[in-house]
Design a protein around this ligand. Sequence first.
Ligand SMILES: Cc1ncc(C[n+]2csc(CCOP(=O)(O)OP(=O)(O)O)c2C)c(N)n1
Ligand SMILES: [Mg+2]
Length: 326
Amino acid sequence: MTPDPDLRQELLRDMLRLRAVEVRIEDLYHLDQMKTPVHLCIGQEAVAVGVCSALRRDDLVQSNHRSHGHYLAKGGDLDALIAELHCKQTGCSRGFGGSMHLCDPAVGHLGSSSIVGGGIPIGVGMALAQQQRGTDKVAVTFFGDGALDEGVLYESVNFAMLHRLPVIFVYENNGYSVCTPLAVRQAGEALFHRADPKLLASTRVDGNDVEAVRGAALAAVERARAGEGPSFVECRTYRMREHAGAGVDRTGLYRQPDEIAAWEALDPVARYRRHLLAEGVVSQDDLTVMEAEIEREIDDAFAAAAAAPLPDPASLEHHVYTAKEA
Ligand SMILES: Cc1ncc(C[n+]2csc(CCOP(=O)(O)OP(=O)(O)O)c2C)c(N)n1
Ligand SMILES: [Mg+2]
């Protein structure tokens, strides 16, 4: 079902905002004030925005190393994200985590993990906790195709199926794990598409189509809230930048220019923008206002991060687990 015009505007705005944040990070990264690796989600915005638009504020999200989009789409605070990238005390992880360790519990973004596949059982645990507490909250775990190479994903899906957990496995398939294509790592499509649909509802969508992603996520959320168990949603998409850091990946070493160009033509943000303009859902004037507001919000976040203090050196050993010698 097509979302109503207000919601469509909101989806577009959220994607434009996410793109603008990532582009600003990219533009300023060379200044070396952001003391963290970054994995930009430029090209994958429709997955984060589409999935999170199907969730309530009190639903839960667990994310991976490419997490800016999941965090912002779930409603995570922008100032706290930008401060975290600058390792400042006002960051969402108090400056201790950097780009790969984002969290905003107030909006249900409970964390991200830099260990490929490592966050998935944590997402399943969040769903188990909801089931045990008798809430109707749903948990989403986002992971890439690199996680398909990890045994923990199979254990986690099995456990979720066995206990009919309210969890949604969002498989963000951008075709590469760093520079290794999926085809040389996996023998065919994801095995989960062959699961018994009563145990695991599985679907595959165009991950560059925000309304398609939202539709699939809504169905998965409904199933989870009804106590019918987990879903697996594959979103086929493409990373339009390098694996890590800021830069366009045109070396031709592992991705050929024609492949990149074909996916650029499917840019999820430009595509939805064109689509809503053509359908008269937004006007050029609306977009000008929207984009100016977004840029101001980002200016403010960067200015606040620059002015914020670094963590107190005395706190260096805080939040570190140590084993005491016997
Ligand atoms: C267990 C583990 N192995 C290897 C790495 C190094 N590593 C970081 S990101 C990454 C690729 C992940 O690819 P994918 O899951 O497809 O996500 P994408 O980067 O494409 O979004 C790898 C191998 C890691 N962080 N953790
Ligand atoms: Mg990948």
